[in-house]
Structures are given as structure tokens and as C-alpha cells.
Ligand binder design. Structure first.
Ligand SMILES: Nc1ncnc2c1ncn2[C@@H]1O[C@H](COP(=O)(O)OP(=O)(O)OP(=O)(O)O)[C@@H](O)[C@H]1O
Length: 262
């Protein structure tokens, strides 16, 4: 019996089908994600990693299937239940997806505006707390996204995703475009936040270093579904052409050597 067999998943997908015109991206896709774990979603380009993330957070309507998040069946949920569950997750898109006309602090405050009775001063103080939590200097709060480095923008995007103290964060390629040191720092930040806040992390990535450094489990998208899930050690034993070449290729070996040194 697996260690998860008796726990209820915080994200439970069954029979998901996504299709654009005649292009079927997901067909009968199932996935379970458990509380507090960091799951890396990998797969070749175009296998539908981002579409899957968008499907769970309601930005893409699947043709078929059930999506349950934090015990709420999103197909059957009332608007109120939907809103409640949406407040319990945060999303960080690839480039941070910040509003360019707002400062970092104002960006982080955006989700907080849904909370009734929260005055402007408290909101700003809470935003500053999130900004500090992701390791940005205090002064970053007054800056506009264009005044930040790529790494700082990603941290700002993460601060906004954490604005409402979510149970789950969805990260779409968080280390893409970062230099190796910045990427490694971001990996450590995600791990630290997940462990200290008990966050569940759904992490779409191509970055093998991130998988080694950060993820508890990996889910591989291939053949229109989640082909296999497991730890990095388990991935190394999977007998499937894409999985084998991904986890045994030269980049994978380099990432493994780096992980073993740390
Ligand atoms: N809104 C859309 N309309 C039409 N096709 C779409 C749409 N969104 C995604 N697709 C298609 O769905 C497929 C999966 O896209 P997705 O962005 O999820 O891939 P991915 O696995 O995240 O890829 P990558 O690793 O390159 O980022 C692609 O073929 C893409 O062109």
C-alpha cells in the first residue's frame, strides 16, 4: 500500500479531457496531490502542463472530467463554494504576471481586496509581510515591476500568490529565465515556504535541478495523461522512452551530480 493510500488528496483529478479543435491534449487524465507535498509536473513541450494548471484553477474548462480541490467538487460547487476554494490557492504565472502600472506592494494587495473589512493600512502591512517572506528587500514594495530584475519579479509574483495565505500554490515554470544561482535560490525558497507554511505546491517545470532540489514527487505528462508519478528515484527506473531519456540524459546526470554534492 502506498504511503498516500489512506489520505484524502487536496487535488483530485479524474478523467480530465482537454481539447482544442481536433487536438486532444488530455484524455482520461487522473492525478492525486496530497497536503504539504511539492509535486513537479514534467513532460515534453506541448504535453499540456500549463493547460493542466489552468484547468485546475478554472481558467480552462475541460471537455470532461472531475476536479476536486480541498474536498470541493468544482463541477458541482455553488458560486460561493467556488469563491471560497479559490481564496485558498495562489497562482504564480511564468513571468510573474504582475500589473505593470502597480507597485509591488499594490500588486500583492490585489487579491486582498476581496476580503471585506480589511483597511488600506492593514492591507499594506500584510503585503509588506509577504514581500519580506519571499526574501525581497523592504524597498522593493515601492518599485514597479519594470524596475526589478527577473528574479525579483518572480519573487514578487510569489508574494502575490501567497497574499491570502493559501493552502496550495500553483507555479508555472518558476525558474525559467533565471540564472543558475537565482534558480537555485528560488528552489530553496519554495522548499522552505512549503515546509514552514505547510503549503502544497503544484509546480510545472522543465528544470531538472528544481526537481532534485525541491520536489517530493514528480508527475510525468505523456500520451495525453499522467503517465507515471513517483519520487526521483522511482523515475530513474521507469521504462518509457521519453521518461528514460529525460531522467537519464546528460542534463539529468549533471543535475543528479549537483544534487549529490549539496
Ligand atoms: N487556448 C488555446 N487554444 C488552442 N490551443 C491551445 C490553447 N492553450 C494551449 N493550447 C495547445 O495545447 C497544447 C498544450 O499546451 P501547454 O501550454 O499546456 O503545453 P506545455 O506542456 O505547458 O508546453 P511547454 O513545455 O512548451 O510550455 C499545445 O499544443 C498548445 O498549442
Amino acid at each position: 500500500m502506498s504511503e498516500h493510500a489512506e489520505k484524502a488528496p487536496v487535488i483530485r483529478l479524474r478523467g480530465i479531457r482537454n481539447q482544442f479543435g481536433t487536438q486532444v491534449v488530455h484524455d482520461n487524465l487522473d492525478l492525486d496531490i496530497y497536503r504539504g507535498e511539492i509535486v513537479g509536473i514534467v513532460g515534453g513541450s506541448g504535453t499540456g502542463k500549463s493547460v493542466l494548471l489552468r484547468t485546475i484553477v478554472g481558467l480552462q474548462t475541460p471537455r470532461a472530467g472531475d476536479i476536486e480541490v480541498l474536498g470541493v467538487d468544482l463541477n458541482k460547487a455553488s458560486e460561493e463554494e467556488h469563491n471560497d476554494v479559490e481564496r485558498r490557492w495562489g497562482v504564480m504565472f511564468q513571468d510573474g504576471a504582475l500589473f505593470s502600472s502597480l507597485t509591488v506592494r499594490e500588486n500583492v494587495e490585489v487579491p486582498m481586496k476581496q476580503i471585506e473589512g480589511l483597511d488600506a493600512k492593514t492591507r499594506a502591512a500584510l503585503a509588506d509581510l509577504k514581500i519580506a517572506l519571499v526574501g525581497l528587500p523592504y524597498l522593493a514594495g515601492d518599485k514597479y515591476p519594470s524596475e526589478l530584475s527577473g528574479g525579483m519579479r518572480k519573487r514578487a509574483g510569489l508574494a502575490r500568490a501567497l497574499a491570502l495565505d493559501p493552502d496550495i500554490v500553483f507555479l508555472d515554470e518558476p525558474t525559467a529565465g533565471l540564472d543558475p544561482i537565482g534558480a537555485s535560490e528560488f528552489d530553496q525558497l519554495i522548499r522552505k515556504l512549503s515546509r514552514s507554511l505547510g503549503l502544497t505546491v503544484f509546480l510545472v517545470t522543465h528544470d531538472l535541478d528544481t526537481l532534485h532540489a525541491t520536489c517530493d514527487r514528480i508527475a510525468v505528462l505523456a500520451e495525453k495523461k499522467v503517465l507515471v508519478t513517483g519520487t526521483m528515484q522511482e523515475m530513474l527506473k521507469v521504462d518509457h522512452p521519453w521518461v528514460h531519456s529525460y531522467f537519464h540524459g546528460p542534463r539529468a546526470r549533471a543535475a543528479l551530480e549537483t544534487a549529490e554534492k549539496e
